[in-house]
Design a protein around this ligand. Structure first.
Ligand code: AMP
Length: 144
């Protein structure tokens, strides 16, 4: 895949505010934070989307992600957070190197006013049970 700005950040060719690094994982502050403490957690492997990531990198991220969430919460005093992971342009992905956003939420919006905060539209539908049965079976059959 084509290299992105995140590969250059991992190699130290572009500066960042690093918060964590191990053999497979790198984490740093988002340059355009939605709120104070907005952190990006990325694999060193340059996969574009989560579905393309190796099991080894996925496991390494899964192992450290909760620890990084705790650290962001403790450092910022935020009361809640979202972990957001965008895949594909239609899903708002702008940098095509897998990344998890840790986005602190503050009870008092002014506290975390680095940005406007994360806005979420959640216009829920209703699962049709016939379609649900077929869909669940189809997804289960594709789990490799
Ligand atoms: P996404 O829309 O999920 O692809 O998010 C990409 C994120 O990368 C955005 O929140 C950007 O602010 C962030 N970003 C882009 N370039 C940099 C950079 N050089 N350092 C830190 N964060 C960056």
């Amino acid at each position: 895949m084509a290299e992105t700005i995140f590969s250059k950040i991992i190699r130290g060719e572009i500066p960042c505010h690093k918060v964590y690094e191990d053999d497979r994982v790198f984490a740093f502050l988002d340059i355009g934070p939605l709120s104070r403490g907005h952190t990006l957690v990325i694999p060193k492997e340059a996969a574009a989307t989560l579905g393309e990531l190796s099991d080894e990198s996925a496991a390494a991220i899964g192992r450290v992600l909760p620890r990084l969430c705790r650290a962001v919460m403790k450092a910022t005093g935020a009361t809640a957070y979202n972990v957001l992971q965008n895949n594909g342009a239609a899903a708002h992905q702008a940098v095509f190197h897998v990344h998890f956003h840790i986005i602190p939420r503050y009870e008092n919006a002014a506290e975390g006013s680095a940005g406007g905060g994360l806005g979420i539209r959640w216009p829920a539908g209703k699962l049709d049970s016939t379609d649900g049965t077929q869909l669940a079976a189809a997804i289960a059959a594709h789990v490799a």
